[in-house]
Write a protein that binds this ligand. Structure first.
Ligand code: GLU
Length: 287
């Protein structure tokens, strides 16, 4: 059994991460498995080395020791657990997909996709930030246009329209239809960044992750990751286990922007390691 803890260094470690780490290390230890640490810094705009340094530091302080890619391996420089150090692997894999005719170039912006969704369904809703209120499937606008793979284009993979069924270890039987939820998956965005769905799925496959243990917010992504994993050559999907996201109160989800839940801030406010772990346990019981 090999599972992973996979934070994105786009902010500081917070209690939501600590709860996930409790689940990840708890399962691994209970089942004689191992934990791989992966730094998911594929988003070159939002990831920052100082957040990575702080994440590593907080993990050490909390006593979460990865079996694969210990924190010292990241500090030493290039590391296979860091996604920004794996660019050649992602580029090679994308090249293979392209040779197999499974990739196409896409010039649609998020706004184009939302507008197409609005035409089809009578209204796409934007949040004040400009983000979409709900996931709109990509309608396939560029699928058969054979656009060149250069300039300001994204790369999409042609997803089969199959239903995907799996049994989540904690949430039970699930059936998802990625073609209806998200449509053809973006693997590289128009700014040249590899996407989370692509690199997480590929790394889970190449690193031999047998068990993915993460929060409920990623349950809807599981079917597409199973389908994509198959296209990337994975013969047996990982087992998935999704746990409840922790809440500050019954109505309020924890988020990285909540200063009061940052491990850094708690440390600074005089909390001990045991205080933080006890608080994570309390949140797990509440969830
Ligand atoms: N990097 C993701 C996050 O910080 C986790 C992805 C995953 O567990 O699949 O939320």
């Amino acid at each position: 059994m090999l599972t992973r803890f996979a934070p994105a260094p786009t902010g500081f470690l917070h209690l939501g991460h600590v709860v996930n780490a409790r689940h990840v290390w708890g399962e691994a230890r209970a089942r004689g498995g191992r934990v791989l640490l992966r730094i998911e810094d594929h988003d070159g705009d939002r990831s920052r080395p100082e957040f990575e340094a702080a994440l590593l530091d907080d993990l050490d302080w909390l006593g979460f020791e990865p079996d694969l890619y210990p924190t010292a391996a990241f500090r030493a420089g290039r590391c296979d657990g860091r996604q920004s150090d794996r660019h050649p692997i992602y580029a090679r894999t994308a090249g293979d997909l392209r040779e197999r005719g499974l990739l196409y170039a896409c010039r649609c912006s998020r706004r184009d996709i939302a507008a197409a969704g609005a035409d089809a369904a009578g209204g796409a809703e934007f949040l004040p930030s400009g983000a979409l209120a709900k996931e709109e499937p990509y309608p396939g606008t560029c699928r058969d246009l054979a656009l060149p793979f250069d300039g300001d284009v994204g790369w999409r993979v042609r997803l089969p329209s199959a239903d995907v069924s799996f049994v989540d270890r904690w949430r039970g039987p699930q059936t998802q239809t990625p073609a209806r939820q998200c449509g053809d998956l973006l693997i590289r965005d128009r700014r040249g960044h590899w996407t989370y769905q692509f690199v997480a799925t590929l790394d889970d496959h190449l690193q031999g992750i047998t068990d993915v243990i993460r929060g409920d917010d990623l349950l809807p992504s599981t079917g597409r990751q199973i389908l994509l994993g198959e296209m990337l050559g994975r013969t047996t999907p990982a087992a998935f286990a999704h746990h409840a996201l922790v809440m500050k109160s019954p109505a309020q989800k924890l988020s990285k922007s909540d200063g009061d839940t940052g491990v850094r801030d708690l440390r600074r406010a005089g909390w001990s390691r045991d205080d933080v772990l006890a608080e994570a346990n309390r949140l797990i019981e509440l969830a």
